[in-house]
Ligand binder design. Structure first.
Ligand code: ZN
Length: 412
């Protein structure tokens, strides 16, 4: 392990060991007080490093900046990483384990529990021969999502402050709350942050750049039936349970989450409740392409209209509720973030792919609010569970990319 890798690793271990699990059932901001405590610790560390304007705001977002050291006015670049870990798996008492100089074959996560990382279950391990691999100990997730992102951004701040010969414009930093619940970023103060464009360092596979995401709406179909004794129901009864099932099964099977991938959209019927009097059917619509997204909704409306005609004794109502939109368009209209990023990736000789996330990202919401924010890989693998792992050599690559982004921004 070289000095830089050790720095990143030591930071990561320190951050990972602090519990910051978010809680989707909570209505507080942030959803867990552990995030506030962690934020205070990070703010303190930033102050000690000499980061300027360090502040933790009332919602728990941590801010800081490294002032420009060039006389020209150049754009302000921002970096974000989220403090919470997902509630799907235990994030308490995380004890990272380092496996030096991986030589192929199985990596033992926990011998007693017979938990191993294998090249079959984690094929990208084979790209990491000779690397130092970090895993958890089989009892928790690792929290590389996104504490390796925080460790990288913090190390970047330290590095820039220690190397004034690197010319840069204003560099803005923020550590954010409740990414995993999707509820935090709506409270993010873009003006306070002050960046012209930014990057979340929160992606998985090395080389993947999320510069798009789904267009997303949700819907509620309410069905009011006509109930009576089933023995005398002929030509009278309208059964909401059966009508709901009919609607679900009328949606094409090749446009479902379980039958689609990459840039194919879907409708997911994710909740149904009801009885003979009434039923409620809920779902979500997802597509990267706006036109096809609108077509999916038209198709759903069409199905509902058909059922209205088929079941004249029932009352069926469809309500569509807007959720979020694809950031791709914003990144095209304000191209600086992608220009600087692609130039930096090329300068660092990193093979990369521009991908469309099959979900939302914090950066997508920020982009749609006016701050262009694609998502850079942080290179954690198998996140959200006990088989999560990361490579320190990959972390170093990302660190170098972040430095390059800062330098290239100053040339704009
Ligand atoms: Zn994440």
């Amino acid at each position: 392990m070289n000095d830089l890798q050790k720095k990143i690793y030591d930071r990561f271990v320190r951050y990972a060991s602090i519990e910051t699990t978010s809680d989707s059932t909570s209505s507080t901001i942030p959803t867990s007080t552990t995030q506030l405590a962690f934020g205070k610790m990070l703010a303190q560390e930033m102050k000690e490093l000499g980061v300027s304007r360090v502040e933790i705001d009332k919602n728990g977002f941590v801010f800081g900046e490294i002032p420009s050291n060039v006389s020209d006015k150049v754009p302000a670049v921002g970096f974000l990483a989220h403090m919470d870990t997902v509630e799907d798996f235990c994030g308490k008492n995380v004890r990272p384990v380092i496996h030096h100089n991986y030589q192929g074959g199985n990596l033992v996560i926990n011998e007693e529990k017979k938990m191993y990382l294998t090249p079959q279950s984690a094929p990208r391990l084979l790209k990491c021969i000779g690397h130092d691999i970090v895993t958890a100990d089989g009892n928790t997730l690792l929290g590389g999502d996104d504490k390796i992102g925080i460790a990288l951004v913090m190390t970047l701040a330290e590095y820039l402050l220690a190397h004034p010969q690197i010319k840069h414009g204003p560099v803005k930093i923020s550590f954010t709350i409740d990414e995993e619940t999707g509820t935090g970023i709506g409270y993010f103060n873009i003006e306070r942050f002050g960046a012209d464009f930014a990057y979340t360092v929160d992606g998985s596979e090395l080389g993947n750049i999320d510069c798009g995401n789904f267009n997303a709406d949700k819907f509620v179909i309410s069905i009011i039936g006509k109930n009576c004794h089933p023995g005398v129901a002929k030509n009278f009864m309208a059964n909401p349970v059966r009508i709901a099932a009919d609607i679900v099964s009328s949606w094409p099977e090749n446009k479902l989450p379980e039958t689609t991938e990459a840039e194919e959209g879907f409708i997911l019927f994710n909740e149904v409740e009801g009885h003979l009097d009434e039923a409620t059917l809920r779902g979500i619509v997802r597509h990267h392409e706006l036109e096809q997204f609108e077509q999916f909704k038209k198709d759903l409306i069409q199905i509902v209209e058909e059922k209205k005609a088929k079941y004249p004794n029932a009352k069926i109502n469809l309500e569509i509720i807007k959720q979020y939109r694809n950031m791709r368009q914003v990144l095209k209209e304000k191209p600086l973030a992608m220009e600087v990023l692609e130039k930096s990736l090329k300068d660092e000789n990193i093979d990369y792919r521009l991908t469309q996330a099959r979900g939302g990202t914090d950066g997508a919401q920020l982009s749609l609010r006016g701050l262009p924010t694609p998502n850079i890989f942080a290179s954690y693998e198998n996140p959200h569970g006990p088989y999560e792992w990361l490579s320190l050599q990959w972390s170093e690559k990302i660190f170098n990319l972040l430095v390059r982004i800062v330098e290239n921004t100053a040339k704009k």
